[in-house]
Design a protein around this ligand. Structure first.
Ligand code: MG
Length: 500
C-alpha cells in the first residue's frame, strides 16, 4: 500500500553533538512560558524514556510498527498481506487527534477548530472536512485519541494504512474503524507489556538509544549546585537498569554507578496515577525484582523504590510544590498532573524542537517577509476603513453639492484601489504561508502552529510547561542560579500600536 504523500525526511536527534553550534542556532535553548528561578529549586526530578533517554525515532518507531503488525496477523487474524506495510517515519506528527469513529487524523488549533484532516492516508478536501466536522470539535469526545507521545506515531501510521487497505479490499466501503484502532492498541500494549519490544531494544541498545555525551556533566553540575536529584519513571527496574547503565555508567570518575547521580530512584511509578492516588511505595530487589513493603522514614540512596505517590514522596524528601522541578516528555503523564496536582514546576522535553528550529531558520527570509506583509495588510486595512467611513458620512448629507459628488467619486476610486491591493496581498501571504508550512511537513505543516494560530499541541505546551527544551543536557548551557524569563506577550491592540 503506497502512502498518498511522499515520505518526508527522517527526523531524530542530530548526531552533531556540538553544543556551541546548538547555542549559535538557538536549537539547544531552553524556552520559557513562565518565569523560573533555578536557584529557588531544591529538587530536580527526571522521567526516563524520551527524557533522559533520547530514542532514535525511526529505529524505535519502525520496531514498534513491525512488532505490532506481527501481532495483528498472529493474534487478531488480520491478512498476512499487511506484513508488507512499511513504516513512514514522516507520516504523522505529535499533537494530532485520531478519530477512531471516522478513520481520520486531524490537526486542530487552540480554539479546537479543525484545520487539516486525513482519511486513511488521503488528505480530505476542505468541503469534506466541513461536512465531517462542521468547524469546531469537542476534544472530550470518547472517539478522539491524542497522539501525544512519540510512542503513538507508529500506531497513527498503522491505523491510516489499515483504513486504506481494508476499504480498498471492500470496494471503498466504510469499515469498523473503532475496532481497527482497538486492535492496534491492544497489540501495541501487548508488545510493550510482554517485554518483546524492550527485549529487542536490550539486544542492541546503541541502535535505539542516543547516548548524550553531556548528560553526566549536566547531572553533576546540578548536584554540585546543591540540588537533590530523583528518577521517576514508569519503566520497571530491569529496563531502567539497562537504559540508565548505558547512559551513565562509568561516565565520570566520581559516579562509578549510574545510581550515584540520584538521591531517590523510583520505577514502575504508574504516572499519572502517581500524582493522583495513594499507591504505597515498595522496595524492589535489584536482583530478583521481588517487592517488599516500604514504611521507612526516609529514602536511602541506591535503593530502588517502586510505585508510590507524590504525597509520601514530598514528606520523605522534605520539599514540596514549587521547590521541585520535574523534567519529562509526556504532557499529560509528566507535566499536566505534576503541575496541577502537585504544584511542581515543570520542564517539557520536546525532541522535535531542534528540527523545527533548524527548519524555521532555513525559512527566515520568508518568515520576515510574512511579518512585513501582515503589517502592510493591517495598514491598508485601516486606510480602507478610513476611506469607507468618509464615503459613508458624505452620503449621509441630505443634498450633496456637486463638488461633494466629485469627492465621493475620488474616495470610491481610492477604496477600489485599496481593495485591489489587499486582494493581491492576501494571495501573496497565502503563498508564503504555504511555503513555510510545507518546509516543516508536506501535509501537517508546523507542529506548534496551525496556519496563523497556535496548534492544540502548542497551546498545551504553553499552558502546562513552565519551560521547554529539546534535551536535558541543554541545562548545562545555563548558570545554576539562572532565572528563566518569559518573553513579553503583546495583546492584539498593543501590537496594532507598534505597527501603525
Ligand atoms: Mg517519557
Amino acid at each position: 500500500m503506497e502512502n498518498s504523500l511522499e515520505p518526508t525526511a527522517v527526523v531524530g536527534p542530530r548526531l552533531d553533538d556540538s553544543i556551541t553550534a546548538g547555542i549559535a542556532e538557538g536549537a539547544r535553548n531552553i524556552f520559557v512560558n513562565r518565569n523560573l528561578n533555578i536557584e529557588k529549586i531544591s529538587v530536580i526530578g527526571f522521567d526516563m524514556d524520551y527524557t533522559l533517554a533520547i530514542y532514535f525515532k525511526q529505529a524505535i518507531e519502525e520496531l514498534a510498527f513491525d512488532l505490532t503488525i506481527e501481532q495483528m496477523i498472529a493474534v487478531k487474524g488480520y491478512p498476512a498481506a499487511i506484513g508488507e506495510f512499511r513504516y513512514d517515519p514522516g507520516f504523522a506528527i505529535r499533537g494530532l487527534l485520531l478519530d477512531k469513529l471516522r478513520g481520520n487524523l486531524l490537526k486542530i488549533n487552540r480554539f479546537k477548530v479543525v484545520g487539516r484532516v486525513m482519511h486513511g492516508t488521503r488528505p480530505m478536501t476542505p468541503a469534506e472536512v466541513l461536512a465531517a466536522y462542521e468547524r469546531k470539535i469537542d476534544t472530550s469526545d470518547k472517539h478522539l485519541v491524542s497522539i501525544d507521545t512519540l510512542f503513538s506515531l507508529p500506531e497513527a501510521n498503522l491505523f491510516a494504512l489499515l483504513v486504506d487497505y481494508l476499504e480498498d479490499c471492500n470496494d471503498g466501503a466504510t469499515q469498523d474503524y473503532i475496532r481497527i484502532f482497538d486492535d492496534i492498541k491492544e497489540c501495541i500494549d501487548m508488545i510493550h507489556n510482554d517485554g518483546s519490544l524492550k527485549g529487542l531494544i536490550a539486544l542492541d541498545v546503541p541502535k535505539y538509544i542516543y547516548k548524550d555525551p553531556y548528560l553526566a556533566l549536566t547531572l553533576d553540575k546540578m548536584r554540585q549546585s546543591g540540588k537533590k536529584l530523583f528518577l521517576l519513571t514508569n519503566s520497571y527496574w530491569e529496563y531502567t537498569q539497562l537504559v540508565m547503565t548505558y547512559l551513565l555508567h562509568d561516565e565520570l570518575a566520581t559516579y562509578p554507578q549510574w545510581q550515584d547521580y540520584f538521591d531517590v530512584i523510583m520505577v514502575g511509578a504508574r504516572k499519572p496515577g502517581y500524582f493522583l492516588t495513594d499507591s504505597p511505595f515498595w522496595v524492589c530487589d535489584p536482583v530478583t525484582e521481588e517487592l517488599t513493603a516500604f514504611d521507612g522514614e526516609r529514602f536511602e540512596p541506591g535503593v530502588v523504590y517502586q510505585h508510590g505517590n507524590i504525597k509520601v514522596f514530598e514528606q520523605l524528601i522534605g520539599h514540596r510544590g514549587d521547590q521541585i522541578l520535574y523534567i519529562g516528555d509526556h504532557i499529560f503523564g509528566d507535566i499536566l498532573r505534576s503541575a496541577k496536582n502537585g504544584n511542581w514546576r515543570t520542564a517539557l522535553v520536546i525532541q522535535e524542537l531542534e528540527d523545527t528550529i533548524h527548519q524555521s531558520r532555513s525559512m527566515r527570509a520568508e518568515r520576515t517577509r510574512l511579518t512585513d506583509l501582515e503589517e502592510l495588510r493591517q495598514k491598508i486595512d485601516r486606510e480602507l476603513l478610513l476611506v469607507t467611513s468618509k464615503i459613508g458620512k458624505l452620503l449621509e448629507l441630505p443634498d450633496p453639492a456637486p463638488a461633494l459628488a466629485i469627492e465621493i467619486q475620488r474616495l470610491q476610486a481610492s477604496a477600489d484601489e485599496l481593495k485591489g491591493r489587499l486582494g493581491e496581498l492576501v494571495e501573496h501571504l497565502t503563498l508564503i504561508e504555504e511555503q513555510i508550512d510545507t518546509a516543516h511537513h508536506p501535509y501537517w505543516g508546523e507542529i506548534f502552529t496551525e496556519r496563523a494560530e497556535v496548534s492544540r499541541f502548542g497551546e498545551q505546551i504553553r499552558d502546562y510547561a513552565c519551560i521547554y527544551t529539546s534535551r536535558v543536557s541543554n541545562f548545562l548551557l545555563y548558570p545554576t542560579d539562572y532565572t528563566f524569563k518569559a518573553v513579553r506577550e503583546w495583546m492584539s491592540h498593543e501590537r496594532l500600536d507598534l505597527v501603525l
